[in-house]
Design a binder for this molecule. Structure first.
Ligand code: PGA
Length: 251
């Protein structure tokens, strides 16, 4: 059975003290009122080592928002998958559209990052999604299919550790959410691609999250769709009450 997951993506927000305060608050509210799904917070690199010891591992998983495409060495300013794992983090977001667009991360670069994450026991939260012009040209299916090449060369065993996140770029941070029907349609398509590339069982067990202006007010109808297994949350992950509101969509 695949897992329902609500993951937060803090992006480049919160200084260390603010990040620690948010993690503590979340840990308190979710300890008092246990979630009905897996919860993950993905934070800036510098927060990881401080945040992992203050959250209850059984309730909140911790992840990075990126990692290097090289294992180690003379790559000034980069942070390796091994370093991320050494903080106690268990997840890493890879292929976010902001990384693809602003830092020119290609399918090949992401293939390397995914391999290094898995080699260091980090579960990738692998993001895919089309931009507005591609949606308007009805090209979303071919776009996500091409992006999935970074994970489809993995063995079935390795792929079973990957969490997919469909995030239409036109919905990220714009307040313009995909309708539950739009999300369901492409999530079902993505699952069919997983079945084609692996098999029906692997596809059934893959968690596919929706991301893009997901809020407490729309999470429930999105997550009610059979192929939407939770969300990857940006803006609404920055306030404990909003994030909890989305987590509670599974109650
Ligand atoms: P948003 O971001 O919820 O602020 O739209 C989602 C994401 O980029 O992961």
């Amino acid at each position: 059975m695949r897992k329902n997951i609500v993951a937060g993506n803090w992006k480049m927000n919160k200084n260390l003290q603010e990040g620690i305060a948010l993690a503590k608050e979340l840990n308190e509210v979710l300890t008092a009122d246990k979630p009905n799904c897996d919860v993950i917070i993905c934070t800036p690199f510098i927060h990881l080592a401080s945040v992992t010891p203050i959250v209850d591992k059984n309730i909140i998983g911790v992840g990075a928002e990126n990692c290097a495409d090289k294992a180690a060495g003379a790559y000034t300013g980069e942070v390796s998958a091994e370093m991320v794992a050494s903080t106690g983090a268990q997840y890493v977001i890879l292929g976010h559209s902001e990384r693809r667009a602003y830092y020119h991360e290609t399918v090949d670069i992401l293939t390397e990052k995914v391999k290094l994450a898995l080699a260091n026991n980090l579960q990738p939260i692998f993001c895919i999604g089309e931009v507005l012009e591609e949606r308007e040209a009805n090209k979303q299916n071919e776009v996500v299919k091409a992006q999935l090449a970074s994970v489809f060369s993995l063995s079935a065993e390795d792929f079973s550790k990957v969490i997919l996140a469909y995030e239409p770029v036109w919905a990220i941070g714009t307040g313009k959410t995909a309708t539950p029907e739009q999300a369901e349609e492409i999530h079902a398509y993505i699952r069919s691609l997983v079945a084609e590339n692996y098999n029906a069982e692997v596809a059934e067990n893959t968690s596919i999250l929706y991301g893009g202006s997901c809020k407490p007010t729309n999470a429930k109808e999105l997550f009610a769709k059979p192929n939407v297994d939770g969300g990857l949350i940006g803006g609404a992950a920055l306030k404990a009450a909003d994030f909890k509101g989305i987590i509670d969509a599974f109650k």
